[in-house]
Design a protein around this ligand. Structure first.
Ligand SMILES: Cc1cc2nc3c(=O)[nH]c(=O)nc-3n(C[C@H](O)[C@H](O)[C@H](O)COP(=O)(O)OP(=O)(O)OC[C@H]3O[C@@H](n4cnc5c(N)ncnc54)[C@H](O)[C@@H]3O)c2cc1C
Ligand code: SF4
Ligand code: SF4
Ligand code: SF4
Length: 387
């Protein structure tokens, strides 16, 4: 029976909950807003399945990819809709064309991030783009197993630890109709912090009760460019609520400065392809240094081909991309493959003060990462005066 004593040893993948034959494990949020399993002893039959499927129990060994590409979708419209080089879109499209099912992270009606699936091209947009919040897995591993058993082709995309949770749940059964995609993962922010930030930007000035309703959120809007991406929020009715470059947006700065990542992210066991995915995607931020001819303003992806299954899927759709082969050494020096994120020095202070700042979270984030409103104002003035 599972008992979480060290929070860094649970990534919240939900595999234990879904495998338990007695349904005696449930997930509850802690004070930081991350979900952890809690087992009720009464119904537990000590079968040990929960421990066996846990990806943190016995992490797999490091792997090296078979081949690595730098790739950009040839279709600019798809590039605009994707976070990076628009590779995931084509993998998903190929799966749907074979009457398959595609799993990924999407927003629910309250803008919570949850894993779910789509079966039609018209719904594909819902699971595109990076949502910088920990996505709730729910019962999706069980649904994946059901679809696989029906003989449907399934594509599942998630963080490397979610993928390790899925492969643990499937008990390492090799389903030929399953393609697994993950990405190089910086870490996942707390869903509670996300909701407090969302409430803060939706509060109508001078009207304490009314809040603004949102129709679109994009953490990776390319309206300036791929590298200089913005956090974008649009109100219902089409009015722009927020369009802030990531370096100026409080939520993105808190995320990128590791202020509110899940504790397991700081000891991640999945940075070197241990998840067992077929393909791993990433942003090729340093492509200009590797080959300036392939740099562009709309996004270039790293595509790590880890298995022959991944290889055959990707090679079938290669003509939809501009691509070049690239080396492991080049990707290592242009992305944080080896690096663990270190908790921001103010992380403990941030969470200790979260409750008292529920209505003032932007101020708390700025205070913790050392960006006071005064400093921001000075920066704005300096920018306007070109000094
Ligand atoms: C939390 C997070 C951290 C990341 N960290 C890095 C990093 O450090 N370095 C790097 O190079 N790339 C990172 N990425 C990946 C990168 O942002 C792009 O998603 C990736 O390059 C694929 O781009 P794309 O254009 O092909 O597909 P996209 O259109 O971006 O599709 C991405 C896929 O990711 C899934 N997804 C989105 N949000 C989540 C989520 N919260 N949890 C699980 N799955 C999700 C979507 O469902 C979709 O299947 C991260 C992504 C996320 C979500
Ligand atoms: S040991 Fe078996 S019954 Fe008990 S919580 Fe784990 S999976 Fe459920
Ligand atoms: S299976 Fe996943 S949710 Fe359960 S204890 Fe392990 S890491 Fe945590
Ligand atoms: S950094 Fe590691 S532990 Fe954190 S979400 Fe990503 S894969 Fe999971």
């Amino acid at each position: 029976m599972l008992a979480i004593t060290d929070k860094a040893k649970c990534c919240g993948c939900n595999a234990c909950v879904q495998i338990c034959p007695q349904k005696c494990i449930e997930m509850n949020p802690d004070s930081e807003g991350f979900l952890y399993p809690k087992t009720s002893k009464e119904n537990c039959i000590q079968c040990g399945l929960c421990e066996r499927v846990c990806p943190l129990g016995e992490p797999k060994s490091k792997r090296e990819p078979k081949e690595i590409l730098a790739a950009t979708n040839k279709n600019e419209h798809i590039l605009d809709k994707s976070s990076s080089g628009g590779v995931f879109y084509e993998l998903a499209l190929e799966t749907l064309a074979k009457n398959g099912v595609v799993f990924g992270a999407m927003f629910d009606k309250q803008w919570n991030v949850k894993h779910s699936y789509v079966e039609n091209i018209s719904d594909l947009e819902k699971i595109l783009t990076s949502k910088y919040v920990q996505s709730e897995i729910g019962d999706t591993y069980t649904l994946v197993r059901d679809f696989l058993k029906q003989g449907r082709e399934v594509l599942f995309c998630g963080t490397p630890c979610q993928i390790a949770g899925l492969t643990g749940f499937l008990r390492n059964n090799i389903y030929s109709n399953l393609i697994i995609v993950d990405f190089l993962c910086h870490g996942v922010p707390s869903p509670k912090v996300w909701k407090l930030y969302l409430n803060a930007i939706c509060k109508k000035p001078f009207y304490r009760v009314k809040t603004i309703e949102i129709s679109t959120i994009n953490f990776r809007s390319k309206n300036t460019s791929w590298r200089n991406f913005s956090f974008l929020a649009i109100q219902k009715g089409g009015k722009l609520l927020l369009n802030e470059q990531h370096c100026k947006n409080a939520y993105m700065q808190g995320f990128l400065n590791d202020l509110y990542l899940r504790p397991s992210c700081h000891e991640c066991k999945f940075k070197r392809f241990q998840s067992q995915s077929d393909l791993t995607l990433a942003d090729y931020w340093g492509i200009a240094r590797v080959n300036s001819n392939y740099d562009n303003k709309k996004g270039v992806s790293m595509v790590f081909i880890n298995t022959t299954k991944g290889e055959s899927l990707l090679h079938g759709i290669k003509d939809r991309f501009k691509y070049i082969q690239t080396s492991f050494e080049d990707t290592l020096s242009n992305n944080g493959l080896n690096e663990h994120t270190h908790p921001h020095p103010q992380r403990a202070f941030f969470f200790a003060n979260l409750t008292s700042h529920e209505n003032n979270i932007i101020k708390l984030i700025n205070k913790c990462i050392g960006k006071s409103a005064y400093k921001n104002l000075l920066k704005k003035v300096a920018h306007k005066l070109h000094i």
